[in-house]
Ligand binder design. Structure first.
Ligand SMILES: Nc1ncnc2c1ncn2[C@@H]1O[C@H](COP(=O)(O)OP(=O)(O)OP(=O)(O)O)[C@@H](O)[C@H]1O
Ligand SMILES: [Mg+2]
Length: 281
């Protein structure tokens, strides 16, 4: 990562309160109850979270604690039962979608080529063919798939499909990028490479990102802040600021600072995972 990229990043944890940028996302006591045959299911209980412009916040929590529900609320795919949610639009006058979501299972169209998949959101927004193909081509190149622009998803590896999915989301230039375990389906080595690629893209683009993962290491490696959720029904249990220097490289995951953060987060999470496994949540 060049110094220019590093210099462009703001640090949401530094500076006087007056210098803090206005929050990009403010979720206030979000509550989500799903109707069910017997008792309604409370998927989220009063979850509040503020995310600064350009911040990358990860959310970790045991299975079923409401992470995907939270992301779907942020994406506007579900309505909260109560509470409020605001995502502030940029004031640069550009028309861009409020969010783009990267799902675990890629969510790319098998009948479209790599280029067509990446161009899809632009097409939906009515961007003229030539312009959208140029923009999509630039994104395909940025995620290292130039040689595969004309390939179909079945011709790609899992990591390559995930890169298509990420390129498609970023090509839309959303206000916020929402990622739900985007690397969950990948093998460990591909996952490590993809983590570095996500960091590269993010450090260049300064998107506001909410990133859901089961991996504490991934959360620490990528994030400015890690939010730990309780077992079902999900509330915020703790937040950890990740003050590791940027740009980050995988080698740092072997360091003492990294290990200390990993341990702190696990000590918050352990009870919640055990409660879930014991069927108490
Ligand atoms: N559409 C729905 N209708 C009813 N219940 C739902 C619905 N969506 C989610 N739930 C319930 O809400 C709770 C939270 O689910 P959610 O998918 O948000 O968890 P999660 O933290 O993403 O889990 P995982 O880590 O396994 O992906 C679960 O008890 C789930 O069964
Ligand atoms: Mg989920």
């Amino acid at each position: 990562m060049s110094e220019a990229h590093g210099a462009r990043r703001h640090d949401p944890h530094q500076g006087s309160p007056a210098a803090e940028p206005a929050p990009k996302i403010v979720a206030d006591r979000l509550h989500k109850r799903f109707p069910a045959a017997g008792e309604p299911v409370v998927a989220l209980e009063e979850l509040s979270l503020t995310v600064a412009e350009g911040e990358l916040v990860s959310v970790v929590g045991p299975s079923g604690c409401g992470k995907t529900t939270f992301l779907r609320l942020l994406a506007g795919l579900e309505e909260p039962t109560s509470g409020s949610l605001a995502i502030r639009a940029s004031d640069d006058g550009a028309q861009r979608p409020q969010n783009a979501v990267v799902f675990q299972e890629y969510g790319i169209f098998p009948w479209k080529t790599v280029l067509q998949n990446v161009a899809f959101g632009l097409q939906m927004r009515g961007v003229a063919r030539r312009e959208r193909e140029e923009q999509a081509q630039a994104w395909v190149e940025r995620v290292g798939l130039a040689r595969f622009a004309g390939a179909y998803p079945h011709e790609l590896s899992g990591g390559m499909k995930q890169r298509v999915s990420i390129a498609r989301a970023l090509a839309n230039d959303p206000e916020v990028l929402l990622m739900d375990e985007p690397l969950g389906a990948l093998d460990a080595q591909t996952r490590t490479v993809m983590q570095e690629e996500i960091l590269d893209l993010w450090e260049r683009d300064q998107k506001t990102v909410v990133y859901i993962t089961h991996s504490i290491d991934e959360a620490v490696f990528l994030s400015d802040r890690v939010v730990v959720m309780t077992a079902h029904p999900g509330r915020k249990k703790a937040e950890h600021a990740i003050d590791l220097p940027r740009p980050r490289r995988w080698e740092q995951t072997g360091g003492a600072d990294f290990a200390a953060l990993r341990l702190q987060i696990w000590s918050d999470l352990e009870d919640e995972v055990k409660r879930t496994m014991a069927g108490q949540a």
